[in-house]
Structure formats: C-alpha cells, structure tokens
Write a protein that binds this ligand. Sequence first.
Ligand code: HEC
Ligand code: HEC
Ligand code: HEC
Ligand code: HEC
Ligand code: HEC
Ligand code: HEC
Ligand code: HEC
Length: 439
Amino acid sequence: MSERNHPTTAWGRDVIIIAAALVIVGVLLTGVALLLGVLPALAQEAPSTYLPIIVRPAATPTATPIVPPVNDNEYVVLGWNDLGMHCYNRDFQDLAVLPPYNNLWAQVIRRGDPPQIITNTVTVEYAFPDNTYSAGKSNFWQYDQQLFGVDLPLNVGLTGKGMAGEMDAAATHFTAEGIPLTEFTDSNPSQADPFQLAQVVVRLPDGSEVARSTVVAPVSTEMRCDNCHYDGGVEGIRTGRIETNILTLHDKENADEYPAGHQGRLMDRRPVLCAECHASNALGAPGVAGLPNLSRAMHKKHAGKVPNSTAGCYNCHPGPSTKCLRDVMSSQFNMGCTDCHGDMRTVANNPRPWLNEPRCDNCHRDPKYAQNNALFRLSTGHGGVYCEGCHDSTHAIAPSSQGRDAIKFVELQGHGGPIDTCTVCHVTAPAGSSPHDTP
Ligand code: HEC
Ligand code: HEC
Ligand code: HEC
Ligand code: HEC
Ligand code: HEC
Ligand code: HEC
Ligand code: HEC
C-alpha cells in the first residue's frame, strides 16, 4: 500500500485550492465493475436488464489518424469536452452515482485581422457518426424514472439533448450539455472505447457548412470497485453482484442512521441514487443536511485502503485500461493525480467538491498564464479564446498521449496542440511567437 508511482513534486505540495462559484455538471462515475454477462449486444429498441459482455482493451499511446491539411476557410471552429473524462454507471439496476451525461463546447471564429469570435450569425450542430444511439448500450432508460424522477424518451438525456442536435449559443461560445453518450460505438458495441469521436459542424443561416471539427468526447464506466467488493471480499459479503455487495455493506454499517424520509434498507429500494442522501455538485444534488457529501464519504472511507498514487485513484476513476489522465504533464513529466489534487484525505476535505479544484496558475506562476476564473474550464485567455480551446481539457492538456485528441489540432494547423499557429485565426500573422505574449 505504500507504492508511489508518481512521487509528489515541489509543485504538488504547493497546490492551493481556490473556491469557485459555478454549478457544473459532471463527471465521475461510480460503483460498477464490469458486469460479465454472456449476452449479445442488444438492439436499439430493446433495452434489457442485462447488459452485453464487453471487452476493455488497455489504452496504449496511439498515433493521430491522417486528416486533411490546413485549410484557408473564412471560419474556424474550436471544439472540446469540458472535463477530460465523463463517467457513468455501467448498470443502473442497483445503484447510480452518475447518469450518462457528456458535454461539448465550441467557439466559432471568423478569421480576419483581427479575428472575431461569433455566436449569433451561425448555428453549430453535433453528432457522433459511429455512435448514434445509447438505449440498449446502457439500461439507463429503464431506471430513469426511479432514479431521477423523469421518464425520458429513449436516447434522450436529462437535459433533453439527444445523440445529435444543435448546440446552445451563449455569449462567447456554444455548448451541448447532458448528451447521453456511452462508451460503445455502433460498429463494435461490445468493445469499450472511451475516446468517442464527435463531429461539430458550423452552418450559416442558409444551411451551408462553413467549418467542421472532429472532437473527442471521453466517456467511461471503468470503476474497479470489484478489486475489493468482489463476492466474499470486504467483510465477506457475497450477494452475486458487486453493486449489491456494496449496498449490503452500506446497510449493515448505516441502516439505523438513515434520515427521516429516506428510511428503509437500500437493498429493498433499488435502484438507489447515492446523491439522494450524499450531496453531489456533479448532479446539483443537495443531499441531506448533516450527512457527508459523496466525495467526502468516499475518499475519507477509502483513505488508507488504496495507495496515494495514480494507480490508487484508478481503483475508482477510469482507470487502468482507460487512462483518463493522458496529458502532457503525465506523459512527459511523470506527474500523477496526487501532484495536483493531493492525497485521498486532501480530496476528502475539499470543502466544495467539483467547484474547488487545482488551478494551472498554482504552479505556472508567470502572470501570462493566469486564469481569469477559479476553474480552468471556465477561463479564457488570448483574445477571449477559452484556455481549453487551445490546450484541450484538463487531464488531456495537449499534447496528449491519446492520438485522437490531436485530430482537431491537426485539422486546424497541420500538427498537434496546443494551437500555436497564429494564422489559424489571424489572416496575417501578427508579430510574436506565443499567444501568451499578447493579452
Ligand atoms: C482497495 C479496495 C477498495 C476499493 C477499490 C473500493 N472499496 Fe469500498 N470499501 C473498502 C473497504 C475495505 C471498506 C470497509 C471500510 C471499513 O469498514 O473501514 C469499504 C467500504 C465501502 C462502503 C461502505 C461505507 C460505509 O461504512 O457505509 C461503500 C459504500 C463502498 N466501500 C463503496 C465503494 C465503491 C462504490 C467503490 C468503487 C467506486 C469502492 N467502494 C471501491 C475497500 C474498497
Ligand atoms: C438513505 C440515505 C443514503 C443513501 C441513499 C446512501 N447513503 Fe451512504 N450513508 C448514509 C448515512 C446515514 C451514512 C452514515 C454517515 C455518518 O456516519 O456520518 C452513510 C455513510 C456512507 C459512507 C461512509 C462515510 C464515512 O465517512 O464513514 C460511504 C462511503 C457511503 N455512505 C457511500 C454511499 C454510496 C456509494 C451510496 C450509493 C450507492 C450511498 N452512500 C447511498 C446514508 C445514505
Ligand atoms: C473508492 C473510490 C474512489 C477512490 C479510490 C478515489 N475516488 Fe475520487 N471520487 C470517487 C467518487 C464516487 C466521486 C464522485 C463524488 C461525487 O459525485 O460528488 C469522486 C470524485 C472525485 C473528485 C471530484 C469531486 C471533488 O472532491 O472535487 C476528485 C477531484 C477526485 N475524486 C479525486 C480523486 C483522487 C486524486 C484520487 C486518488 C488520490 C481519488 N479521487 C480516488 C471515488 C473515488
Ligand atoms: C501541481 C503543479 C501543476 C499544475 C496544477 C499544472 N501544471 Fe502544468 N506543468 C507542471 C510541471 C512541473 C511541468 C513540467 C515542465 C515545467 O516545469 O514547466 C508542467 C508542464 C506543463 C506543460 C508542458 C510545457 C512543456 O514544456 O512542454 C503545459 C502545456 C502545462 N503544464 C499546462 C498546464 C495547464 C493548462 C494546467 C492547468 C489545467 C497545468 N499545467 C497545471 C506543473 C503543474
Ligand atoms: C496537472 C494537474 C492535474 C492532474 C495530474 C490531475 N488533475 Fe484532476 N483536475 C485538475 C484541474 C485543474 C481540475 C479542475 C478543472 C476545471 O477547473 O475545469 C481537475 C478536476 C478533476 C475532477 C473534477 C471534475 C473535473 O474534471 O473538473 C476530477 C474527478 C479529477 N480532477 C480527478 C483526477 C484524477 C483521478 C487524476 C489522476 C488520474 C487527476 N485528476 C489528475 C488538475 C489535475
Ligand atoms: C490562442 C491559444 C491559447 C490560449 C487561448 C491559451 N493558451 Fe496557453 N499556451 C498556448 C501556446 C501556443 C503555448 C506554448 C507557448 C508558450 O509557452 O507561450 C501555451 C503555453 C501555456 C502554458 C505552458 C507553460 C509552460 O511551462 O511551458 C500554460 C501553463 C498555459 N499555456 C496556460 C494557459 C491558460 C491557463 C490559459 C487560459 C487562461 C491559456 N493558456 C490560454 C496557447 C494558448
Ligand atoms: C484561436 C484563435 C487565435 C490564435 C491561434 C491567435 N489569435 Fe491572436 N487573437 C485572436 C482573437 C479572437 C483576438 C481578439 C481580436 C479582437 O480584439 O477583437 C486576437 C487578438 C490578437 C492581437 C491584438 C489585435 C490584433 O490583431 O492586433 C494580437 C497582436 C494577436 N492576437 C497576436 C497573435 C499572435 C502573435 C498569435 C500567434 C502566436 C495569435 N494571435 C494567435 C485569436 C487568435
């Protein structure tokens, strides 16, 4: 248990967490290990309680697929996922931490001298060419009413977004929030593929296409609760499924403390949403006053049970196969989760989970890299462009070790990220070698 794959650096010890004030929707996933059934992939219209057997190949650094060369269009679109990974439960029949819920962001720039960020004269669409449906790849739509109190049409997520559609315009960008994406393509629905590809397309009011980007939407159900909560594992509990082992243990430890209005063994009221009692800012769920929030409950209870290293975090965050952490700092500078987040106890003591996270400028102290929002994902830099538009999302900061993350950058500038080529946006390259040298 003392294994430390990623020794904490001086940078890591320096991390100061600063509170933010925005509601996010998010990421993490939960308690579901691989459910090894023996059923074939299910058809779109016939979701079933049983889920297909899946294969989860180990992630290896991949080459970037060949894409068309730099173009000379009048418009460019920068697209990205906000968090670097979104997780959801593999199976919803017993419990849920997070639903299928993915977010895409985009900024459209009209090239010129100077370039202009635009939102009101174009529309932006998203689609997943090889991932057009989710019902049958997930049994979420059988349990949506019991878990979230809404009976959603198949393949529609909690915010009303489907697997393709129009993004919503905000002041300086577009978003599609709550896409119910799964980790299974249509062409190979029995193989988990956590780096799904979206197409983001910009159109003028007459319908003509003026820009397009190929964006990774990362998604995984890889949680290795089964490493410990297997049949006969923790406290010898043996119910036949990982999820029911966990609920049985939870009832044993806490059933007499369940608050008014939430009484009854969890095993008797399945499926259970953990956030019914434990607050989660990922879901905007307030929980029951007096009980620990879900992040605190989980990280505190499991502190000392997993090593304080990336391998330790990968017991619950995806994961030894998925490798959601694929950024330049992990691949080229040997950094790991705890360098930025601290250890299990530090995470457990976060006063505002999801809203209070590490900042780039905790470590990169030159003022030209300063964030203008407490959260990296909401910060903008050069000319009002989002940091994530040029660098990609946290945990995937370019150059990423996952080749698909680079496709969009190669489409724009002929090589991987970050975006360093002035003429992606400016028609005439201004003087200067880095966008950080001009505010
Ligand atoms: C490295 C082993 C390990 C992993 C991985 C693990 N757990 Fe645990 N978990 C434990 C142990 C050991 C306990 C009992 C701790 C105790 O009683 O002190 C426990 C306790 C729990 C409890 C009961 C807490 C209580 O007191 O009510 C829940 C709920 C739980 N785990 C959920 C999960 C979920 C969900 C996952 C996956 C996301 C997970 N665990 C992964 C080892 C693990
Ligand atoms: C009906 C309300 C309720 C639900 C639903 C619920 N819990 Fe709990 N949980 C509790 C109570 C009450 C405690 C005891 C809290 C305490 O001791 O302060 C607790 C304790 C825990 C602990 C141990 C915390 C600690 O510090 O000892 C973990 C871990 C935990 N819950 C995880 C989960 C997970 C995971 C889920 C979803 C599968 C879940 N809970 C669903 C009420 C609930
Ligand atoms: C036993 C399972 C488990 C382990 C091990 C674990 N996590 Fe988590 N983590 C969770 C769950 C479950 C959530 C989602 C909580 C919620 O929905 O609010 C979460 C959420 C988080 C969050 C977002 C919420 C917050 O507190 O800001 C961070 C950051 C995080 N984990 C970091 C880590 C790091 C770093 C490690 C390794 C040192 C780690 N986790 C290990 C289960 C785990
Ligand atoms: C815990 C400290 C820490 C945090 C937080 C952090 N970094 Fe780093 N980063 C480093 C270290 C250390 C290096 C290694 C190179 C160096 O010393 O600059 C590095 C390297 C990089 C590099 C590669 C530079 C090169 O020479 O190739 C980029 C890009 C980068 N970080 C961006 C970011 C962004 C964006 C964020 C916020 C999402 C961030 N970093 C957060 C410590 C940190
Ligand atoms: C280089 C620093 C760095 C490393 C390494 C890192 N994180 Fe993060 N993490 C961040 C930052 C920065 C944020 C906040 C992102 C934002 O504001 O949008 C964050 C946020 C999160 C969140 C909350 C959801 C989100 O994305 O905002 C979770 C969960 C999380 N990290 C888990 C992990 C786990 C697990 C690992 C290791 C596998 C890890 N992180 C490694 C910097 C890091
Ligand atoms: C227009 C594109 C663009 C935007 C927007 C942008 N960056 Fe950068 N960033 C770059 C490029 C290109 C580099 C590499 C050249 C350099 O270091 O200046 C870089 C380098 C960095 C580094 C690397 C530091 C090192 O050690 O080398 C950090 C940290 C960083 N940016 C943070 C941010 C943050 C935080 C934001 C948002 C507040 C942001 N960037 C916005 C393009 C951008
Ligand atoms: C991702 C798009 C993008 C990239 C790449 C980019 N810029 Fe810009 N730049 C902008 C935007 C947007 C503005 C804001 C224009 C305005 O003020 O309305 C801007 C403004 C500027 C300005 C001030 C206004 C002007 O045009 O004189 C300078 C100087 C500048 N950029 C230099 C650079 C340099 C040098 C590079 C390459 C190292 C670069 N930019 C790369 C988008 C970009």
